[in-house]
Design a binder for this molecule. Structure first.
Ligand SMILES: [Zn+2]
Length: 318
């Protein structure tokens, strides 16, 4: 295992770069805004400068490799970003090759959700297991599977899109073009869509109050549910059950020892996760689900940086 990794968490708004050691401590960290509107070259140059800055501040030689976690879809085998939502101009960018030329060290590129699954495996709730399923519930829903210590990502490394598994054939349209995906029920945008419909039809005064006259979002749903609004509670129940139906399928497919739920929506906690736990048990074989823990991430807000670091440790272990 390498002694440390230079980790880059590449998002549409923020860039984070950190040196993470093998024990999962952040030794040094730098943050900048991505300034994605300046285009691909400017962002790549900014990432390279941050890597060289963190390397120089920490005395990290060229043997310390770089992990980049980026929003997909991307080809981790070829090191190519095919497209990035919220970053204009990123089409088929050979990010690995370009960064390696600029920083003079090996670079590993991974989808942020697959990377987060590895982050949990090395540094988070999954550090004592060999088989875990990770779901990251944010604006969209990402995921990753670690089975017998290996990331399951398929022929081109593009698998593990767990959020886009259909749990209802006649469910709502999804951001991916399909319908009835987990994401179409249990994501930031799906909860906002349903909350808005409840407010517009005057069925949830609690959500309307929590939204304070603004556009209702997942946070307003969560606040209203905690304050006892029955429609908000029913909405979280349905979203959680849809997640649970998907989890049931993953449990039967992968027989995990642990399921980790991360992303901003996981902060809603039990009002969302308890129905997911019940759903998972309802839809999976009892022998596989009975004593299976479904837990919230321990890497809150740091999934990106630990995921990026984990890409380096994982590559070093192969
Ligand atoms: Zn979808």
């Amino acid at each position: 295992m390498p002694a440390a990794a230079l980790a880059i968490d590449l998002g549409g708004t923020n860039l984070r770069c950190a040196l993470v050691d093998e024990r999962g401590s952040i030794v040094f960290e730098a943050r900048e805004s991505t300034q994605a509107e300046q285009g691909v070259d400017a962002v790549i140059n900014r990432i390279a400068r941050m890597i060289l800055h963190v390397a120089s501040e920490t005395g990290s030689g060229p043997d310390i490799e770089v992990g980049v976690a980026a929003p997909g879809p991307l080809d981790p085998r070829q090191g190519i970003v095919m497209f990035m939502p919220n970053l204009p101009g990123w089409y088929d960018v050979p990010l690995r090759e370009r960064l390696e030329a600029l920083v003079g060290r090996r670079v590993h590129l991974g989808n942020d959700a697959n990377a987060a699954a590895l982050g949990e495996f090395y540094f988070g709730a999954g550090r004592d297991v060999e088989n875990l399923v990770y779901l990251g519930l944010g604006t969209g829903v990402g995921g990753g599977v670690v089975s017998e210590g290996r990331l399951i990502d398929g022929a081109r490394g593009m698998g593990g899109e767990l959020g886009h598994v259909t749990v209802s054939m006649d469910g709502p349209r999804c951001s991916c073009g399909s319908s009835g995906c987990i994401e179409s029920y249990c994501s930031g945008w799906a909860l906002a869509r349903d909350a808005q419909a409840l407010v517009e039809s005057d069925r949830s005064p609690g959500i309307a109050t929590a939204a304070k006259g603004g556009v209702p979002d997942a946070r307003a749903v969560s606040a209203a549910a905690r304050a006892g609004d029955p429609e908000a509670q029913a909405l979280l129940e349905r979203a959680g059950m849809a997640l649970g139906a998907g989890l049931g399928g993953f449990i039967n497919t992968f027989n995990p020892e642990l399921i980790v739920i991360g992303g901003g929506l996981s902060r809603i906690g039990d009002p969302l996760l308890n129905p997911a736990r019940r759903g998972a048990r309802a839809f999976a074989f009892p022998a596989l689900s009975e004593s299976l823990p479904i837990e919230r991430t321990e890497l809150d807000g740091r999934a990106g940086i630990f995921g990026a670091a984990a890409l380096v440790f994982y590559a070093g272990a192969q």
